[in-house]
Design a protein around this ligand. Structure first.
Ligand code: PYC
Length: 332
């Protein structure tokens, strides 16, 4: 059959899309989700590009595929698929996946409202609040987050010299705080941030190494987190997270908020037990919390949690037809 069908549940988490693939995904080999991710990227990446890019998706498209877990302490395995690749971990993707998966009976926790998921980045604990048929809120307790490097510099055409800290929260983030050549994300349009971000990311990746000290398969700076003052009285800070080639996260970014909290703890601006309410570019909020302190390869780290909500937008049977010249998607 030249036509492949994928049964998807579409939704969004605080504004950023989540396409949960509920049927049609391939079997993957591997004893960890990181190994399965490598198999998917090697042999099946056309499914990601076909479902994420135009004409079936768009620049911001993001989703997940459910698998049996590879570890006994998790109920379900999750492979994240995005326009940017297969992220080790995705916060908004997790909140959307749990919401859509539980509401449709694809995820059945042993204890109502609680489960653990097996992600390429590691085990992530979930607590969710369900009212009737609907999941109202999801809290994820993330993999350890840590400040990886401080005060890295890069020269960015259009901005000049920029100094960043790089922190890990499931992906590596360059965090751009107020400085001589950057005041606040509010001074830029989304299009301007999309133009500047790849230059900053390329300059940092060219000059520095970003490798997880315990999981060397997780490497490379993928995301830029531009900071700003909140516009909502109930938020502590605002951010615009750039990912992929043209995407600005519409949600407050779960792994980005985790990385930001790790950086703020390392800098003495947050402590264990503190909450951090992060506002997105469109005004939606994730509530972060510094749950506890830990270490990663001997360096200080935190266990962050992120709370947010998601809503379903529709059921979507998507065809990828081998005869279609745009079967595997395109980027303009
Ligand atoms: O919520 O972790 C996140 C995320 C990463 C990229 C887009 N969203």
């Amino acid at each position: 059959m030249p036509r492949h069908a994928f049964f998807c549940i579409d939704g969004h988490t605080c504004g950023n899309p989540v396409r949960l693939v509920a049927g049609g995904a391939p079997w993957l080999e591997g004893t960890t989700m990181l190994e399965r991710r490598a198999h998917f990227l090697r042999d099946h990446d056309w499914i990601r590009t076909g479902l994420m890019f135009e004409p079936r998706g768009h620049d911001m498209m993001s989703g997940a595929i459910l698998y049996p877990p590879t570890r006994p302490d998790c109920e379900i395995g999750v492979l994240f698929i995005e326009s940017s690749g297969c992220l080790p971990m995705c916060g908004h993707g997790t909140i959307g996946t749990i919401t859509l998966g539980v509401e449709h009976g694809l995820i059945a926790p042993r204890i109502p409202g609680r489960l653990s998921i097996d992600t390429p980045a590691g085990k992530v604990d979930i607590a969710y609040r369900q009212e009737g048929a609907h999941v109202e809120e999801v809290r994820l307790t993330n993999v350890p987050a840590f400040l990886h490097a401080e005060g890295l510099t890069a020269t960015v055409e259009g901005l000049g010299e920029i100094v960043v800290d790089v922190a890990y929260g499931g992906n590596f983030y360059a965090i751009v705080e107020p400085q001589r050549n950057f005041r606040d994300m509010a001074d830029f349009t989304a299009a301007q941030l999309i133009a500047l971000s790849p230059r900053l990311r390329a300059a940092l990746n060219a000059n520095y190494d970003f490798v997880h000290p315990e999981q060397p398969q997780i490497r490379g700076l993928s995301h830029i987190l531009w900071t700003g003052a909140p516009t909502r009285p109930d938020a502590d800070a605002r951010n615009a997270v750039f990912y992929g080639d043209k995407a600005i996260d519409r949600s407050p970014c779960g792994t980005g908020t985790s990385a930001r909290m790790a950086q703020l703890v390392a800098r003495g601006r947050l402590k264990v037990g503190d909450e951090f309410r992060h506002e997105s570019i469109i005004g939606s909020i994730f509530t972060g919390r510094v749950e506890s302190a830990t270490t990663v390869a001997g360096r200080p780290a935190i266990i962050p949690s992120i709370t947010g909500w998601a809503r379903m937008t529709g059921l979507n049977t998507i065809f990828i037809d081998d005869r279609d010249p745009f079967a595997h998607g395109f980027v303009v």
